[in-house]
Design a protein around this ligand. Structure first.
Ligand code: NDP
Ligand code: A1CAB
Length: 273
């Protein structure tokens, strides 16, 4: 379906993720979208393809979306899902990016056991079309709906599909939250630079460009990250000393798995609420 204009969509929640995805769809080509968002939307309201309403009850009755994208917080799902049963009964695709919310839980809250549901986990690099999304489909999703989901998600980056929904919890911890860990590293490098007397603006540039450049290097090669790391680490040099600290058993090799485990179990917990 690549290259085709996207069909009418209903986007519920146009915050950081919903807004980023929407931008990708506008660029990809979209026929019509109604955005439900209680606050202002950052998108160009003069674009005749976009209609902004503040509540679900304001969605025009004559508007018939082919897909509904759920981009509210999982804690806000209860304000939305119970009002989608008519759409679900009519076979409209429901595509959720809510962390933790399982397919079965969403079907139960919508009140339609056979709802066509896709659960997806993107990440914020979607804002620059460099996202990564992992998705799983319920048994009711047909081939056309799966292709449409793929089209919507690939408008903002790479997409991988899995069959085992349980994998979405560690995916959420690794690629969903992953950008935050990288940005934390930028923050810490910048802070350390300042503590070592670098002018703040230089410390900021060093930290940012180091991550940006490393990402570009990673993107430009098939070499494993381990090789790229070894390429920086001269025997008896400076990096080796830093890595002795970071790679100590009680440092990153234990902190990173613990962090991923904590986020994975929080994703599972959100699925129960
Ligand atoms: N941020 C991230 O990195 C990622 C987030 N996600 C998931 O994406 C979803 C959205 O996250 P994010 O974009 O960060 O959150 P945001 O808070 O930025 O966006 C959610 C938006 O939904 C709005 N909203 C609240 N209630 C309703 C309602 N009843 N109807 C319509 N809109 C409503 C909120 O408005 P208001 O602020 O006024 O409440 C807000 O603008 C979450 O479920 C999250 O788990 C997935 C992958 C990555
Ligand atoms: O922190 C969260 O819950 C969401 C899901 C992944 C990234 N942000």
């Amino acid at each position: 379906m690549t290259g085709a204009v996207l069909p009418p969509l209903l986007l519920i929640g146009s915050g950081k993720m919903g807004g980023a995805m929407m931008q990708g769809w506008l660029e990809r080509g979209i026929s019509e979208v109604v955005v439900v968002e209680p606050g202002e939307i950052s998108l160009c309201k003069a674009d005749g393809r976009i209609r902004h309403v503040r509540t679900l009850s304001e969605v025009p009755a004559e508007f018939h979306p082919v897909a509904i994208i759920l981009a509210v917080k999982p804690q806000q799902a209860g304000e939305v899902l119970p009002y989608l049963s008519a759409y679900a009964t009519a076979g409209v695709l429901l595509l959720s990016i809510m962390a933790g919310k399982t397919l079965s839980r969403m079907a139960a809250e919508v009140g339609v056991a056979q709802a066509s549901l896709v659960r997806a986990m993107p990440n914020t690099p979607a804002a620059v079309r460099q996202g990564f999304t992992c998705a799983v489909a319920s048994g009711s999703v047909d081939q056309t709906q799966r292709e449409l989901s793929d089209e919507l998600l690939s408008a903002v980056g790479d997409v991988a599909w899995v069959d085992d929904e349980a994998l979405l919890d560690p995916v959420t911890a690794i690629s969903g939250g992953g950008p935050a860990y990288v940005f934390l590293l930028v923050e810490l490098l910048e802070k350390a630079g300042i503590e070592h007397g670098l002018p703040p603006e230089l410390a900021r540039r060093l930290a940012r460009k180091t991550i940006i450049g490393s990402g570009s290097l990673l993107a430009a090669t098939d070499l494993d990250a381990e090789i790229l790391r070894r390429n920086v680490t001269s025997p008896k040099g400076t990096t080796e000393r830093a890595l002795q600290v970071l790679m100590a058993p009680d440092a990153w090799p234990s902190a990173v798995p613990q962090a991923i485990e904590a986020a994975t179990s929080r994703s599972r917990q959100l699925g129960q609420s």
